[in-house]
Design a protein around this ligand. Structure first.
Ligand SMILES: C[S@@+](CC[C@H](N)C(=O)[O-])C[C@H]1O[C@@H](n2cnc3c(N)ncnc32)[C@H](O)[C@@H]1O
Length: 268
């Protein structure tokens, strides 16, 4: 079993596998009970909430940031069981199977990191892809942990991404987060941020929480505007942004498909 590098151990100690506690903790919001992420099936390309042809284009661009003798490093912020990173690993390998790869799994929950570790071991045994991985525990709402993590990873990542973490938990793209992602990215690398949006009623509820000083999980319009500005002032160029709406899902519970937002940034 790989070792976890801890940046916010005291928070992790509070995240025990008791599903009620993990979701009721007033400072962390992981979305669903932890079992949903721990036990969820491994993604396939078609089940990922990402446009695959666009993703392949940006992975190809990010390959230019790879320096000789280094591993192409993919950082996954808020990784859960890490499934999306392993699909991206496969895609990079299908573009260029000569390079060595690394995944950095980043999450607040060591239980989910151990699950990512278990599944990575399984993939390693059952594929010919040359890759290794690191497990990083961090509370991304804690500025001092972010700063320590950044100091440890300056310029290390060739492709960093987040799916359903920034803007769908209490963590929004703010100045500290944008700075961390940028400083940890190597020149010409790519950052992808995917999250889902909400209907007017839900946005109104989040706004009320903001006004009364409570943390809120899903983004409001202002968060999305800031999510473009902070990366811009921290060395990123927004290259591509797409909002997908599925009218057929409007009355169904699948909010991921109802309104999904994908943004790609290039590190200058
Ligand atoms: C909605 S889940 C998405 C998981 C995964 N990205 C996926 O698509 O299946 C949000 C993830 O963000 C992590 N998370 C929530 N708050 C966090 C925090 N303060 N710091 C780091 N990770 C956090 C949760 O543990 C969880 O794995």
């Amino acid at each position: 079993m790989a070792k976890i590098r801890y940046f916010s151990k005291s928070t992790d100690d509070k995240l025990i596998a008791d599903e009620k506690k993990i979701n009721n903790a007033d400072f962390i919001n992981i979305g669903n009970p932890i079992s949903v992420y721990r036990d969820g099936v491994e993604q396939t390309l078609s089940s990922m909430y990402l446009k695959i042809t666009t993703l392949v284009d940006f992975l190809t661009i990010s390959l230019k940031s790879l320096q000789s003798n280094k591993r192409f490093t993919i950082a996954y912020y808020g990784c859960g069981n890490g499934s999306n990173a392993r699909q991206i690993l496969r895609l990079v390998n299908s573009i260029n199977n000569k390079i060595s790869l690394r995944v950095v799994y980043i999450d607040v929950s060591s239980e989910l990191l151990y699950e990512a570790d278990r599944r990575s071991n399984f993939m390693k045994l059952n594929s010919n892809i040359d890759f290794d991985w690191e497990l990083v525990q961090i509370d991304l709402s804690d500025a001092s942990s972010i700063s320590k993590f950044t100091d440890n990873n300056v310029g290390n990542f060739n492709f960093s991404f987040s799916v359903k973490c920034f803007h769908n938990t209490f963590i929004k793209i703010n100045r500290d987060i944008a700075r961390m992602i940028s400083l940890c990215s190597s020149k010409d690398s790519v950052f992808l941020n995917q999250f889902y949006g909400h209907n007017l009623y839900s946005s109104f509820k989040q706004l009320i929480k903001l006004i009364i000083g409570k943390r809120y999980s899903n983004s409001i319009y202002l968060d999305r505007v800031l999510a473009n500005l902070y990366p811009k002032y921290n060395g990123f160029d927004l290259q591509y942004r797409v909002t997908s709406m599925s009218m057929s899902e409007v009355f169904k519970s699948n909010h991921f498909k109802r309104l999904s937002i994908e943004s790609y940034y290039l590190k200058k």
